[in-house]
Structure formats: C-alpha cells, structure tokens
Design a protein around this ligand. Structure first.
Ligand SMILES: *[C@@H]1O[C@H](CO)[C@@H](O)[C@H](O)[C@H]1NC(C)=O
Length: 245
C-alpha cells in the first residue's frame, strides 16, 4: 500500500481559479419532463415536479439548493388517488404553489387525460395540507376543460404582488383538434392555442372572467404556443414566458 499512498500524495494540487469552468452536468439524469420548481419556506428545501414518465405518475424530486444534490422520489404518489374525471394516466406538467390560507397547504395544478375523451387533456387542481410532497386530494371536477377547443394543458399560477390575488393560467390545447400536419396543427384551417388566465380564491374558485392574454400569431409562430410562465415585476409590468414551436 505504501507506494500507492506515495503516488496519491504526489497528485497535482486542486484546480486554480484560472481553470475554465467544468462542462455543464446533469442535475438529475432521468426522464423528468416539463419541470417546475418550488421553494418551501418552512423546510428551506427545493422541490421539482415533472410530467409522468413510463410507469411513473407525476414525479417529484427534492434538494437543499437548486444546484442539488437532487433526490428523485420514484415511489411517491403525489395524488392521493387519480382525479375521477381522468383516466389516471398521462398526467402532464404539474405546477405546485403554496397557499397562504393555511400553514403547510399547497395546491397542485396538472393536465389530466380526460376519461371520456382520451385524446384530450384538461386542467385539474388538487390540495395538500401535509406539505409540498402531498398527498394531494384532487377536486372531483376539472378546473378548466374547454373540450370543444381541444381541452387545456400546461397550467401555471402567479400571485399579483400588488393585490395579493392569485391567478391561474393555462394553454388551450387547440392543436389537439387541429387539421393535422406538424404538431397536428399546420394544415388549414389552423386552430388557435391561446394562453388564458383567471383570478381565483383559495387556489381554485374562479373569480371573474377568463382573460385571453396571448395566442399564436399566424406567420410568426409555428403550429402552437404553450407552457406559459408569468413573472410579476412588481412595477405594474408583467412578463409572460412561453414556448413556441
Ligand atoms: C363520461 O360519460 C359518462 C356517461 O355519459 C358520464 O356519466 C360522465 O359524467 C362523463 N365523465 C366526464 C368526466 O365528463
């Protein structure tokens, strides 16, 4: 063993500050689609939530910092039971937010496969009073379900910093009933895929009208826009991030 120990002691010193930064590395080397992030102020843990993958339902992982180390929870059931209006399969794009109404209460919005229209998804809501990793009890009815326009996917939520009111937003999944072609929506007549939002009480009781805030622009965007995220700058100006294809 002595010669080996000697060799180890002769290794070069640790990298100096002038060394180029390491190549980007994967924080979680698994299929973890559509991730969203939540900071839990009670435990100071970060949680990431993701679309179902293979046999796994909606997924979660936790870390002490966004930089990791991330621990995946492969056998965690975020939903106490599938929402009754869904097939319980192909749940997408969970988005979790802390409710201010009760300590340790959280709401999870997700896109669920509709039981009677399996080619379409709608938005469901589920509440946990036992922390961000659930279990969440889903509402019996979908939160938003415009079946005639293709259903709805990609829920998100943001609190207006000036009024304290919560908004919930989603994408109307028009391309699910499009005329076909690329992403199901590049053959005329091309359908709209608008981003819509509404104010809520307690995370899921709608207040006021649904507002259409954005849609794909013909000739500018491709067959769809989706995955909205809002940022309230606090100055009266809000920023909408979205994905376009
Ligand atoms: C599915 O169809 C059945 C039979 O018509 C109906 O009773 C049920 O409410 C429908 N489910 C949903 C989620 O619309």
């Amino acid at each position: 063993m002595l010669p080996l120990l000697f060799l180890l002691l002769l290794l070069p010193p640790p990298a100096t500050p002038t060394t180029p930064p390491p190549a980007p590395h994967l924080l979680l080397n698994i299929d973890f689609p559509d991730p969203t992030l939540l900071h839990d102020p009670l435990t100071h843990l970060w949680h990431a939530f993701a679309t179902a993958s293979g046999p796994l339902p909606l997924q979660a992982a936790s870390a002490p910092s966004p930089l990791g180390p991330w621990t995946h929870h492969p056998s965690l059931a975020l939903l106490a039971s599938p929402a009754p209006w869904t097939t319980g399969l192909h749940s997408w794009a969970p988005s979790v937010h802390r409710l201010s109404t009760r300590a340790n209460s959280y709401i999870l919005y997700f896109s669920g496969q509709h039981a009677n229209h399996t080619s379409l998804h709608c938005i469901g809501a589920a509440v946990s009073h036992t922390g961000p990793l659930g279990p969440y009890v889903p509402d019996a009815e979908p939160f938003e379900c415009p079946l005639e326009h293709g259903g709805a996917i990609d829920p998100t939520s943001v609190v207006d910093g000036r009024t304290g009111e919560r908004w919930v937003a989603w994408k109307v999944d028009g391309n699910a009933v499009g005329g076909g072609g690329y992403c199901g929506n590049s053959v005329a007549p091309v359908t709209g895929t608008p981003i819509e939002m509404v104010r809520v009480d307690g995370g899921r009781r709608k207040k006021g009208e649904v507002v259409r805030v954005w849609d794909r622009e013909e000739g500018v965007d491709g067959p769809l826009v989706e995955a909205p995220e809002f940022w309230d700058t606090g100055t009266g100006e809000w920023v909408l991030f979205f994905r376009e294809i």
